[in-house]
Design a protein around this ligand. Structure first.
Ligand SMILES: NC(=O)c1ccc[n+]([C@@H]2O[C@H](COP(=O)([O-])OP(=O)(O)OC[C@H]3O[C@@H](n4cnc5c(N)ncnc54)[C@H](OP(=O)(O)O)[C@@H]3O)[C@@H](O)[C@H]2O)c1
Length: 313
C-alpha cells in the first residue's frame, strides 16, 4: 500500500484516515454515544486506518479522552495521531482564539495527557488569532518538535497569506482546510502553493458533512436535529441544497459501474487526485467507517475521474 509523505518529514501515512468530531464532540452534534465512538476508533485501528484526526474543540477534550482510552489497548505506533487547539474557552462558554506560544505549549501538554501518550504525530493550530505573529506561533511548535512532543506541524483554517506568514521559516508540514467536490475553493490558490512548497493538504469535510455520501435525493432531503451544526451551513440552505443534491445524484450511475456507493466513489476520487493529501472522512458508526475503507478497492478510470470533476466544475 502506497503511503503519503507528510510535508518534508519522515512521517508516512495511508491515505484514508478518520475524522473524529462525532467521537465525543457533544458540543457540536447531538446524541453521540461514547461507547460507539470508541468502537469506531478501535475499528479504524483494526483496519489499518492510521491517521486519526481530533481536536480539543471536539467535546472540549472529550474526543481526545475517548481516543486516549482506546490507545491504551493498542500499539501506539500503529496510529498517526493528529490534534489541534487554539480555542480558549471561558467558564461561561465564551471562546477566544489564542495562538500565543504559552497557550499552544500548554494546549499540547494537556492534549498529551488526555490522549495518554507522550507524543503527537501532528499538531495543528486550529484557527488563526488576530494578534500573534504567525511565525512566532509556529516557532513555539518547532521547539515542541525539538523536545520530541510532536513530529509534524500544521495549521488549519489559515488563508493563503496566513499560511505564507506561518511558513516563513519553512516549519509548516500540513494545512488542514475545508475542501470537497462541492466546496473546491482551496484548490484555486492555496493548494498550488502547498504543492510547490511540499506542504501536505488535508481536506476537511470531504463529504461536505454528509451531502456527498449520496444518501439524499430530491425526494429525500436531509433533516437535521436541533443542535446539529450543519443547520447553519450554506450548502444546506434550501435553494443550494436542491442544486447540490442534483449534482450528487449524477454520481450514482458512475458509482454503480464500480459496484460502489457514492461515498466510496467520492473518496476514490480524492485518492486519485495527486494534489490532495490524506483524507479524513468523519464516521459516526463502525459501519460507516468500514464502508469508507472500501474506497481503496475502487480503481477509478481516468475517464470517470474526469467525468466526476466535470459534474462539479
Ligand atoms: N480543522 C477544522 O476546522 C475542521 C472542521 C471540520 C471538520 N474537521 C475534521 O474533518 C473531519 C471530517 O469532517 P466531518 O466529519 O465534519 O464531515 P464529513 O467527513 O464531510 O462527513 C462525515 C459525515 O458523513 C456521514 N457519513 C460518513 N460515512 C458515511 C457512510 N459510509 N455512509 C453514509 N454516511 C456517512 C456521517 O453523517 P451522520 O453523522 O449524519 O451519520 C458523518 O458524520 C472531522 O471529523 C474532523 O476531524 C476539521
Amino acid at each position: 500500500m502506497k503511503k503519503i509523505q507528510i510535508g518534508k518529514t519522515d512521517l508516512r501515512v495511508r491515505s484514508l484516515g478518520l475524522g473524529t468530531n462525532k467521537i465525543g464532540g457533544y458540543n457540536l452534534f447531538p446524541n453521540l454515544d461514547d461507547e460507539t465512538g470508541k468502537k469506531v476508533v478501535q475499528t479504524a485501528i483494526d483496519h489499518d486506518v492510521e491517521m486519526i484526526d481530533t481536536a480539543y474543540m471536539y467535546g472540549l477534550g472529550h474526543s481526545e479522552e475517548l481516543i486516549g482510552e482506546v490507545l491504551q489497548h493498542n500499539d501506539r505506533d500503529k496510529v498517526v495521531l493528529a490534534s489541534k487547539a487554539a480555542q480558549q474557552v471561558a467558564e461561561d462558554g465564551t471562546v477566544t482564539l489564542n495562538n500565543t506560544p504559552e497557550f499552544l505549549t500548554k494546549s499540547v501538554d494537556e492534549a498529551l495527557k488526555r490522549l495518554q501518550t507522550d507524543y503527537l504525530d501532528i499538531f495543528y493550530i486550529h484557527f488563526p488569532d488576530q494578534e500573534t505573529p504567525k511565525a512566532e506561533a509556529v516557532g513555539a511548535l518547532q521547539r515542541l518538535r525539538e523536545a520530541g512532543k510532536l513530529r509534524a506541524i500544521g495549521v488549519s483554517n489559515f488563508s493563503l497569506a496566513q499560511v505564507k506568514e506561518a511558513n516563513a521559516d519553512g516549519y509548516v508540514d500540513l494545512v488542514e482546510n475545508q475542501y470537497n467536490l462541492l466546496q473546491p475553493d482551496a484548490t484555486n490558490e492555496l493548494v498550488p502553493y502547498l504543492n510547490e512548497k511540499n506542504i501536505s493538504f488535508v481536506p476537511y469535510e470531504p463529504f461536505a458533512a454528509a451531502l456527498l455520501t449520496g444518501r439524499y435525493s430530491l425526494e429525500n432531503l436531509p433533516h437535521f436535529e436541533e443542535g446539529d451544526h450543519r443547520l447553519k451551513i450554506e450548502l444546506y440552505e434550501p435553494d443550494q441544497l436542491k442544486k447540490n443534491v442534483a449534482k450528487v445524484d449524477q454520481l450514482k450511475p458512475i458509482a454503480a459501474r464500480y459496484d460502489a456507493t457514492v461515498a466510496q466513489l467520492v473518496l476514490a476520487w480524492y485518492l486519485k487526485n495527486p494534489k490532495i493529501g490524506p483524507v479524513i472522512p468523519g464516521a459516526r458508526t463502525p459501519e460507516q467507517l468500514l464502508s469508507n475503507v472500501k474506497a481503496y478497492d475502487v480503481q477509478l478510470s481516468d475517464a470517470d475521474y474526469e467525468a466526476v470533476a466535470k459534474i462539479f466544475a
